[in-house]
Write a protein that binds this ligand. Structure first.
Ligand code: GAP
Length: 505
């Protein structure tokens, strides 16, 4: 059975992963809170990204820039003038839509079959057009006009005005709506105090190019990585955490030489772009995304931003269909050039190439991923339902061990035996400093296993009556459900080794 977003939303609520924000007040549209297990999962996703982008490389530095930036930043980046979506309102039901997201409609001219010459214009969603035309041809009836018989002809597209996809009402003319959230710095609420919540983390990196390059004594090529919140007043957020107004990005700006400044053997900007496309694809596979659910979609020339030399989207086959997880763009020298024009930095935002004895503006390759979208993709991809004879299907999250919120759960087989409880509790406490471990005795053993399966805990350890005499416990693996009796003291090494091996792969 195909996985639905509803199944994921329900699992997230039931198991403490993600809750509707401000739920007790009826919720705030499209805002979500990560619960005790969700916060672990998302932290692990971000940690896996940081590990591969910063710790495992020697050419990328980290950064944590402020969310509020000088407002001129957004004039330079183009967000003040261009970061907008076309918006239309329904005059009847007052709903709001992005004009470019409206479904396609086809216009039809109906002519009365009684020879009276009466005509009517109707419009139909493109996906039901063929069916409606077949019906009118066969029966002379048009479904929204119960009286009379009609013949139908398709109207030319320029004569068709789009209508509200919810109620069929008339739409207003489209107007541009800037997606940046505004606020005020300090007590004065006037235009001179207006600042914006950043709509992307990238600009915090560009404005710090000189600081990082000189303080860390970097030469080209090198990158600056950052994880942090971004805000966009999206017109049509939705699909759970896929599109929200407050979200986290994991972005890296990789500064490199444009082709004409490269020595033989050095990678040019387009070669770095190819490199980063592969690296980012590999990262999702490394952390468990099934290759058949991941694809790379290269932007057509007419889709590219005017300054970009190339862009590819990493797409995941979510329950809502193939959708963007991450974009990898060659942004050329556009951003640094813009900040040079708008600020006092001038040569500081250029790179001084000692060998060439010249200043020039580096090119930038930008892999830009969403932490929330990534987390959602890992969740959807890990969701499994397995038939169990005579019992309810086993639901489990086959998460990569590095991403699993809890690594190990310890249970006493019988909670009314204080010696077992004490041993299991002591064991969980002993494991905690090595990896995230929990103790649980709030249900029978079968239910405890199922609970941990559903949140993707790779290892469960059970202390039973025999433990008291032979010092051994049962360790169970989430994916294979294999159970093995091992000495209590061996558990820490078994789990640590398994986690370390998974991290290396
Ligand atoms: N600096 C380039 C940039 O911001 P983007 O394609 O607008 O590019 C990059 O955003 C990534 O950020 C997207 O691929 C997506 O994962 C995430 N993202 C963007 N808007 C989002 C939203 N409203 N909700 C959740 N994630 C979003």
């Amino acid at each position: 059975m195909a996985l639905t977003m509803d199944a994921i939303v329900s699992l997230c609520k039931r198991r403490g992963l993600i809750f509707q924000s401000s739920e007790i007040y009826g919720g705030l549209a499209s805002t979500w809170d990560y619960g005790p297990l969700g916060v672990e999962l998302k932290r692990n996703v971000k940690e896996a990204w940081w590990r591969s982008m910063v710790y495992e490389r020697d050419d990328v530095e980290g950064l944590d820039a402020a969310i509020l930036m000088h407002p001129e930043t957004w004039a330079a980046s183009g967000h003040l003038s261009n970061f907008s979506d076309p918006l239309v309102d329904c005059k009847e039901c007052r709903r709001r839509f992005r004009e470019d997201h409206l479904p396609e409609f086809i216009g039809v001219l109906l002519t009365a079959a009684d020879g009276s010459g009466a005509t009517e214009t109707v419009i139909v969603p493109a996906d039901s057009f063929d069916e409606a035309m077949t019906k009118v041809k066969q029966t002379g009836k048009w479904s929204s006009k119960p009286k009379g018989f009609w013949t139908a002809t398709q109207l030319p597209p320029e004569q068709v005005k789009k209508v509200c996809p919810e109620c069929g009402g008339q739409l207003t003319e489209s107007r541009q709506f800037n997606l940046m959230f505004k606020t005020f710095l300090g007590p004065m609420e006037d235009s001179s105090a207006t600042v914006y919540l950043r709509p992307e983390t990238a600009q915090g990196i560009f404005v710090n190019f000189e600081n990082v390059q000189t303080s860390m004594r970097r030469k080209l090529p090198f990158g600056i990585a950052q994880i942090g919140k971004s805000f966009r007043n999206e017109i049509t957020p939705g699909n759970f955490t896929f599109r929200t107004r407050e979200f986290e990005q994991m972005e890296m700006e990789f500064f490199c030489k444009p082709e004409d400044k490269c020595k033989p053997g050095e990678r040019s900007d387009m070669e770095w772009w190819e490199y980063w496309k592969q690296e980012r694809y590999n990262w999702y596979i490394r952390y468990g995304i099934r290759p058949e659910f991941l694809r790379m979609r290269v932007h057509d020339a007419d889709e590219l931003a005017h300054y970009a030399k190339g862009c590819v989207d990493v797409e995941y086959n979510f329950p809502i269909g193939w959708s963007e997880l991450e974009g990898i763009a060659n942004r050329t020298d556009y951003d640094l050039k813009q900040h040079i024009e708008h600020s006092n930095a001038k040569k500081g935002l250029m790179f001084f190439d000692q060998e060439r004895n010249e200043h020039y503006i580096p090119y930038v390759i930008e892999p830009s991923a969403g932490a929330d979208r990534g987390t959602l993709a890992f969740l959807c991809d890990a969701y499994r339902e397995e038939a169990v004879e005579g019992k309810e299907a086993r639901k489990y999250l086959s998460l990569h061990y590095s991403l699993a919120p809890i690594k190990c759960a310890v249970f006493p087989l019988l909670k009314n035996r204080p010696e077992l409880v004490a041993k299991a509790r002591a064991m969980a406490l002993d494991l905690k400093p090595s990896f995230f471990t929990i103790y649980d005795d709030t249900a029978a053993i079968g239910k405890l296993y199922r609970r941990q399966d559903e949140i993707g805990t790779p290892f469960c350890v059970t202390v039973d009556v025999d433990t008291l005499t032979d010092g051994k416990v049962t360790i169970r693996n989430r994916d294979t459900m294999n159970q093995e009796r091992v000495p209590m003291e061996a558990v820490k090494t078994i789990v640590s080794d398994a986690l370390a091996n998974a991290k290396k792969q």
